[in-house]
Structure formats: structure tokens, C-alpha cells
Design a protein around this ligand. Structure first.
Ligand SMILES: Cc1cc2nc3c(=O)[nH]c(=O)nc-3n(C[C@H](O)[C@H](O)[C@H](O)COP(=O)(O)OP(=O)(O)OC[C@H]3O[C@@H](n4cnc5c(N)ncnc54)[C@H](O)[C@@H]3O)c2cc1C
Length: 545
């Protein structure tokens, strides 16, 4: 047992935790301890964008959760990987950089969080980024996270962009600015060919200053309370248990599955459920773990009509070595991309308010695992439902902090989600029938999506859909009875305890979650520091009410 007092203890060095710790450490009189369950991110496979698939199967650097049994999917279990290392999931994700639709944040404000409208969030989106095309009223020019607009210059990407336009989706030069809808070339958090994560861009530099300490391979078991005040945490390293005190606050940044699990293990949650597992209740916060929502994704796949459509088909050890060497010495070539270079945002039907479907496009079939494994000539439109109505839950299976919680997402349980995704994949198939694909489109691997009856499309969806890896809202920010934290991230009915990560999102955003999670961290850490929030910035944007 060892004890050393810090002002702040940050649990988890992920996307949000890295930013929270680094910003807190800017005040040199403050001492910050970050406890991270996983190891360092010091691996070429983390840094090199093309090597993204390696850390996904590195058991030391991942949490391999499962969600299910998913009732609406016939009881399927779905594997749900998360990052477990410095940088968290930001050290293994696809680096696709999307803020979400401004309307998402205005809805948060309408739900009772007036300080979270898009105008209030925009200055923080700008603070975190350096956009490669330069600062403007929408975009930041000197933040820690470098944003690179990908090239999208292969013929297969040109066909994607052209087909989208032929189907009525205008080319959008910056989906993170005035308008989200349309076809686009993706922006990615890549810094001159190297993955840019919160871990690398914020936390690593902060560690050099002396007042921010990081303990790796340290699994936090619980938050320690004095009454309702969080006073420290208990954690485990190499089988030994330690406690450490927090003079000011404990900030949970464990992500959408682990943060609610830690609250529950610590006695903050629905007291009856906790009592049944032998966990002593600190306070009854019924919503902990309850609002789980996630983006579902399904791929519409086509073979290529001829060889040469997909890049990187004939990789052998020698060619992979060349790609690696070119990346290492020149920061160029295929090593700088994971090939998620183009996409679309669109409405599944005219009845939908604003874009609710996202495409992420991979110019090959199969998964590019470790540079090879079952990849074939072809292409796939990963079709993602961006604002699902289905809700799931994270609950404890046991009071053992080393065991995974139960996670049930209830994918496609809500009839509106079924309707929207059926419409979304049907329209996707229409896009692929456009002239631009004529020279490359081969056999459909999902035949008849446009003409099949709804029931058959739904059956296909249930067998084939998976996660886009965007769980959130399990410690929802809000003012209603089932919310868990207030507008400043403070856990209801406790003191000295906040949650700052994807779990606090009041509602899921329309697009990938890394960027909005980093924005939330930037914004909430100002509240932890007692700083006046940056003044709201009102800009014009499409689809404004
Ligand atoms: C495979 C994959 C691909 C993705 N692709 C994209 C993408 O292309 N674009 C995008 O925007 N988003 C993407 N995401 C989502 C994005 O990465 C996450 O939404 C984001 O990282 C969430 O940030 P977070 O801070 O909430 O959690 P995380 O970044 O997951 O960080 C949580 C950290 O807390 C640590 N931790 C948890 N419990 C404990 C404990 N008990 N003790 C100590 N430490 C603990 C974890 O090890 C982890 O390091 C992807 C995610 C995955 C998994």
C-alpha cells in the first residue's frame, strides 16, 4: 500500500483523459496523476496509419468486449474492441475526423443544456485542431491535433465521388464547416503521415513538464469516498493494490463501457441493482450505464469487374517492407493512409430532418488485416446509421473489477432504426448503380437490395450488421432523472467527482465520435479549472431551424 496526494486523479489516458490531464497540468502549481489500464502507445503500428489493423488484434492494447445477446439480431453477440493504452481508442481508431452536425449540439441545448449549443461548442472544436487548409470562421489553425485532408486520388475514389454526385449528392469541400451533407474526401487526424491522437499531441508533451505523472498498466478498481465526496481511487499494478488520494477531484475518463462500470463498482448507480451484487451504495443514480447508444454499420459489397480496381492487392512481405520503409523515411506512399478516404452524409428519406446516414468506403473486399488476409478486388460502402433510437445498457455482471460488464446495445430494436437503415442501404445500392461505376462494378455480393421486400432486407441487415465502434451516453449529461452528470460533468449527488469522455454525450452525434469527445474534454476541463467558458461563436450553417 502506498499513498501520495495529488490534486487531480484522471482515470484513463484515452482521447478525453489525455486532454483533461494535459490542460490541468498547464497550471504548474497543480499535481495530476493519470492512471491508465494499458501500456504505452509506443509502437510503429500505432503511429503508421496503414498499420491500423495490428493494434486491433494486440491483446495487451485492447479491451475485447462483447455486446449481446442482441435480441433484435436473433441473439447474436458482437465483438466490441476498445483501445487500452496511452491514447485509448484514439490510438487504434480509423482516424476519420468528423465533428458531427451542428444540429446535434443545438438539440443538446434544447434538451436543457443551453451551454452546449453548436455556438458554444464551436470555439472548442477550433481550439483542439490545426486544419491543413487553414483557419477560418469554422476551423481552427493552431490546436494540438493536426487535421489532414486525404488525397482521395485513386480512380476508385474518383468513381465513388462521381457516382455520389450522379445520385444527387453535391461534392462538399468541408463537411466540418457550413454543410455536412454531400459526398466528400475525408479529413483525418494525421500529422504529416503519423497518427495524431490525444495521447501523442496532448499527454506526451504534458508529461515532460514534471507536474503530470502517468502510471501505465494500472487498473483502477474503484473510486474511494468519504461520505459522498470522492477522495481518491484504489488501483492495481502487477497484482498489488494501491490507494491514492485526490485533494480536489477524481475525473473518470474510462470511456463509454468502463466509466459506468467504475461508477457502479464504486457504489454510484441504481442502489437496488448494486445491493444485489453486494456493492455498498454511495448514492442512488439510476441512470448510470442505462442510456447506451452506438452507431450500427453494414457493408454493401461489390466485386470489381476487372483486376486493378482495388489498391494494395498483391502485397507480399517485400512490398510491405517497401511501404514501411517509404513511410518511415519519407512519410509518403500507402503507409500514410488506411484507405478510408471518401464518404457521404445523406438523409435516408425526405421525412428525415437532416443527414442520418454516413458512408465510409473501403476500396477492397474483406478486411485489410495486417496488410493481407482474404482481401479481394472489389469495394464496399459501409453504411452507418448516425442517430439510432434504440437504447441499451451497461450493467455489472459481478463486483470483480477485472471482469467485463454486461453490455447489451439493443441494435435495431427500435422500428425507426429498421426503417432508416433499410432506406439507407437501398439508396446506397442506387448510388452504386450510377454510370460512374460502370467500368469497375462487378457482381453484387448483396443482390437485390433495391427490389427485395422490406422483410428480406431487414433479415439481411440482422445477419450482417455490426458496430461502427461508437458507444456513448452511458453516463449521460442532462437535467432529467436518468441523467448521470450535470452540464459541468459533475456526477449528480456526489462531490469531487466528474466524468469526462464519450459516455457523457447527451445524445449520439451524427458521425464518428473521436472529434466530439475531444471537444467535450476541451470544454469540460475549462470547468474543472474554474475558467470562464470561451464565448459562443454564432456562424451560419445548413439546415438551421
Ligand atoms: C476500432 C475503432 C475504430 C474507430 N474509428 C474511429 C474513427 O475513425 N473516427 C472517430 O472519430 N472515432 C473512431 N472511433 C471511436 C473513438 O476512438 C472513440 O469514440 C473515442 O476514442 C472515445 O474516447 P474516450 O476518451 O471516451 O475513450 P477511450 O479513448 O477509449 O479512452 C478510455 C481509456 O480509459 C482507460 N481505462 C478504462 N478503464 C480503466 C480503468 N478501470 N483503469 C484505468 N484505465 C482505464 C482505457 O484503457 C482507455 O485508454 C473508433 C473506435 C474504435 C474502437
Amino acid at each position: 500500500m502506498a499513498s501520495k496526494a495529488y490534486d487531480y486523479i484522471v482515470v484513463g489516458a484515452g482521447a478525453a483523459g489525455s486532454i483533461v490531464a494535459a490542460r490541468l497540468g498547464e497550471d504548474r502549481s497543480v499535481r495530476v496523476l493519470v492512471l491508465e489500464a494499458g501500456p504505452s502507445d509506443n509502437s510503429i503500428y500505432v503511429r503508421m496509419p496503414a498499420a491500423m489493423s495490428y493494434p486491433l488484434t494486440d491483446q495487451r492494447r485492447t479491451w475485447s468486449f462483447e455486446t449481446g445477446p442482441e435480441e433484435a439480431l436473433g441473439g447474436r453477440m458482437i465483438t466490441h474492441v476498445r483501445g487500452k493504452m496511452l491514447g485509448g481508442s484514439g490510438s487504434l481508431n480509423g482516424m476519420v475526423y468528423v465533428r458531427g452536425n451542428p444540429r446535434d449540439f443545438d438539440t443538446w441545448a434544447k434538451d436543457g443544456l443551453p451551454g452546449w449549443s453548436f455556438a458554444h461548442c464551436l470555439p472548442y472544436f477550433k481550439r483542439l485542431e490545426t486544419y491543413d487548409k487553414g483557419a477560418n470562421i469554422y476551423r481552427g489553425g493552431d490546436g494540438p491535433i493536426a487535421i489532414t485532408t486525404l488525397k482521395g486520388d485513386l480512380p476508385v475514389f474518383a468513381a465513388f465521388i462521381e457516382a455520389g454526385q450522379q445520385a444527387g449528392h453535391p461534392l462538399n469541400p468541408d463537411y466540418n464547416a457550413y454543410r455536412q451533407e454531400g459526398v466528400h474526401i475525408y479529413q483525418a487526424n494525421i500529422d504529416r503521415g503519423v497518427r495524431a491522437s490525444g495521447g501523442r499531441a496532448y499527454l506526451r508533451p504534458a508529461l515532460r513538464k514534471g507536474n503530470v505523472d502517468l502510471k501505465l498498466n494500472a487498473l483502477v478498481h474503484r473510486i474511494d469516498f468519504d461520505g459522498k465526496r470522492a477522495v481518491g481511487v484504489t488501483y492495481e499494478v502487477d497484482g498489488a493494490t494501491h490507494t491514492v488520494e485526490a485533494g480536489r477531484e477524481v475525473v473518470l475518463c474510462g470511456g463509454a463501457f468502463n466509466s459506468p462500470q467504475l461508477l457502479l463498482l464504486s457504489g454510484v448507480g441504481p442502489s437496488e441493482e448494486l445491493r444485489a451484487l453486494g456493492v455498498k451504495s454511495v448514492t442512488d443514480v439510476p441512470g448510470v450505464g442505462k442510456g447506451l447508444v452506438d452507431h450500427v454499420a453494414v457493408s454493401v459489397r461489390y466485386r470489381a469487374s476487372r483486376p486493378g480496381v482495388s489498391p494494395a492487392m498483391d502485397l507480399n512481405m517485400f512490398k510491405m517492407g517497401l511501404i514501411g520503409a517509404r513511410w518511415l523515411f519519407l512519410r509518403s506512399g500507402l503507409g500514410v493512409t488506411n484507405l478510408w478516404e471518401v464518404g457521404t452524409f445523406f438523409r435516408s428519406s425526405a421525412a428525415v430532418d437532416y443527414a442520418n446516414i454516413q458512408h465510409e468506403f473501403l476500396p477492397m473486399l474483406g478486411e485489410l488485416m495486417h496488410g493481407k488476409v482474404n482481401i479481394e478486388e472489389g469495394f464496399q460502402y459501409q453504411t452507418c446509421l448516425m442517430r439510432p433510437k434504440s437504447r441499451g445498457a451497461v450493467t455489472l455482471k459481478s463486483a470483480d473489477p477485472r471482469s467485463h460488464p454486461s453490455i447489451i446495445s439493443n441494435y435495431l430494436a427500435h422500428p425507426q432504426d429498421q426503417r432508416d437503415l433499410i432506406d439507407g442501404v437501398r439508396h446506397t445500392d442506387e448510388i452504386i448503380r450510377q454510370r460512374a461505376w460502370d467500368g469497375m462494378r462487378g457482381q453484387a455480393l448483396t443482390p437485390g437490395l433495391r427490389t427485395m421486400p422490406d422483410a428480406d432486407v431487414l433479415a439481411w441487415l440482422k445477419d450482417n450488421l455490426g458496430t461502427q465502434y461508437h458507444p456513448c451516453s452511458t453516463c449521460r449529461m442532462g437535467v432529467d432523472d436518468m441523467s448521470v452528470v450535470d452540464a459541468d460533468g459533475k456526477v449528480h449527488d456526489t462531490e469531487g467527482l466528474r466524468v469526462i469522455d464519450a459516455s457523457v454525450m447527451p445524445r449520439i452525434t451524427s458521425g464518428n465520435l473521436h472529434c466530439p469527445t475531444m471537444m467535450i474534454a476541451e470544454k469540460l476541463v475549462d470547468r474543472v479549472r474554474g475558467r470562464t467558458p470561451l464565448p459562443p461563436q454564432i456562424v451560419d450553417y445548413a439546415d438551421r431551424h
